[in-house]
Design a binder for this molecule. Structure first.
Ligand code: SF4
Ligand code: FE
Length: 484
């Protein structure tokens, strides 16, 4: 039965025995921790949405290995239509959760490895693709969440891995055994790490021969001995510890990031997908990056939530008919739909790789992600402009509920046509959450740095544009003959 219910998903995670730290203490009950639970709810939505008939076309696919119906998050793209549906699924999920729903990294790692393992085998006669397909079958059959772990701590950025004063700044193999390898190092900013059954590790940069111990890719169960998770803080995270939910803005969903330490972790050979083939490390990084840059379709979905919230507060405030407000909301929509154009375009222009997997147009995926590093910031600026100063001066839910202060809030924060103060406060809290609270991690900073910081895309854009062709056309049109 390859599709889990959300309840089965949560139960399956409960069985994992992981070492997790937050606020200086070991987290014993990972599943019910109030800071972590909203992020679990968001990933559980990838399971519940897949069970709703109206979303089946986007949220599910047919496995090319087993022929069974599977969650699209575990699917290997078989054609351009699959790529387009992946982008649409990202927007759909973003608009239903209003946050990062975390499951795309694993999907992108699986697809990237389906291509690169095939290409390594073609050159070296290795068996990585066979191993990988067996692993993929296990992931699909059990409807697992995989964390695609790429970003290493990197230490001194001016030095390659093998020259770092501390050799553990990039994940590396420290021992080779008959039955597998032992790895050491860490991965940072791991989105949804604790909601994952599996961790798929990939190199983070192109490696050279001297760095071959670092050119490794493998998968391990999330509770493998030697792995420690340390949870990152988010602005306003401790609001999740409060009794009331209103001040969280998004009352159900969220996301988390973790530092993941591999303190001498054993990996059996059947889970190793690249071992010192340093000449393929760059391809794996770029392939994963192209897919993950496409995945930032999610931000168009989160943008939908923010735009909906802004339209609502404008109506509550009685400003929605003002020409400049209408125009600013048009601008927000224009930017948001431009984001959508990018993720659809790179999918529609996708192509088949030798392995049979379809991949996006890399140039357009990089252009899309470059837009994502900018537009959500402008959309957020406009949202704060329209919402007004109350986004940052609003008293708490406890004040609204208190006898003494509450009556004043209910009187003075009431909106147009007697919209209750509570509704007005709720929508303002959602705008706060998205533009400067916990969800701003996903909507803003992750838009900037996730799937590679802006400069990474600019390097790819400069490499991928066909400048010679452009020059040829320009010169021809004005009569310059030096090309002939
Ligand atoms: Fe997926 Fe977007 Fe979260 Fe990345 S930021 S994991 S693409 S939802
Ligand atoms: Fe991300």
């Amino acid at each position: 039965m390859p599709m889990k219910t959300p309840e089965e998903y949560i139960e399956s995670l409960r069985k994992l025995n992981r070492v997790v730290y937050m606020f200086g203490k070991r987290v014993e009950d990972v599943m019910n921790n109030p800071i972590l639970r909203p992020s679990l709810n968001a990933v559980a939505m990838t399971y519940s949405m897949a069970r709703r008939p109206e979303y089946a076309d986007l949220m599910t696919a047919t496995s090319h290995i087993s022929g069974k119906k599977i969650n699209r998050f575990t699917h290997i793209h078989q054609n351009v239509d699959d790529l387009v549906k992946k982008s649409k699924m990202g927007r759909l999920m973003g608009s239903h959760t209003g946050c990062c729903f975390q499951r795309c990294v694993g999907m992108d790692a699986l697809n990237a490895l389906s291509i690169v393992t095939y290409d390594i085998d073609a050159r070296y006669g290795t068996e990585y693709n066979k191993r990988f397909l067996k692993y993929l079958e296990y992931v699909q059959e059990n409807d697992l969440v995989c964390d695609g772990a790429m970003t290493d701590p990197k230490g001194d950025r001016s030095l390659p891995p093998h020259k770092q004063p501390d050799p553990d700044m990039y994940v590396r193999v420290i021992e080779e055994r008959k039955n597998g390898i032992v790895v050491r190092g860490a991965k940072v900013h791991q989105t949804g790490a604790l909601n994952s059954h599996e961790i798929i590790v990939m190199p983070t940069i192109t490696m050279r021969e001297e760095d071959r111990d670092y050119a490794i890719s493998f998968a391990v169960p999330a509770d493998t001995k030697g792995i420690t998770y340390i949870i990152g803080r988010q602005a306003s995270d401790t609001r999740k510890l409060e009794k009331g939910k209103m001040d969280q803005g998004n009352v159900s969903f969220g996301a988390h990031e973790a530092l993941m330490v591999f303190d001498d972790v054993f990996v059996p050979w059947d889970r190793v997908f690249m071992y010192k083939e340093y000449d393929f490390s760059g391809q794996l990084v770029e392939q994963f990056a192209a897919y993950h840059r496409q995945s930032y379709a999610c931000k168009a979905g989160v943008g939908d939530v923010l735009i909906g919230a802004v339209q609502t507060i404008a109506e509550y405030n009685g400003t929605d008919k003002a020409a400049h407000i209408k125009d600013k909301i048009v601008e927000m929509n224009h930017l948001n739909e431009t984001l959508y154009c990018g993720c659809i375009a790179c999918a529609a222009e996708g192509h088949r790789e030798r392995s049979g997997t379809y991949t996006v147009d890399s140039l357009l995926a990089n252009v899309h992600k470059q837009n994502v590093t900018r537009f959500p910031y402008e959309i957020s600026r406009l949202a704060q402009d329209i919402a007004g100063g109350l986004v940052v001066t609003l008293p708490s839910e406890d004040d609204l509920k208190s006898e003494e202060a509450g009556k004043w809030l209910k009187k003075y924060f009431r909106g147009k046509d007697n919209v209750p103060a509570e509704n007005r406060m709720r929508i303002l809290r959602l705008i706060e959450n998205l533009t400067m609270g916990t969800a701003a991690v996903g909507y803003l900073t992750e838009s900037m740095h996730g799937a590679g910081s802006p400069q990474a895309q600019r390097i790819m854009i400069s490499r991928l544009v066909n400048m010679k062709e452009k020059q040829k056309n320009s010169k021809k049109l004005c009569g310059i003959k030096d090309d002939e």
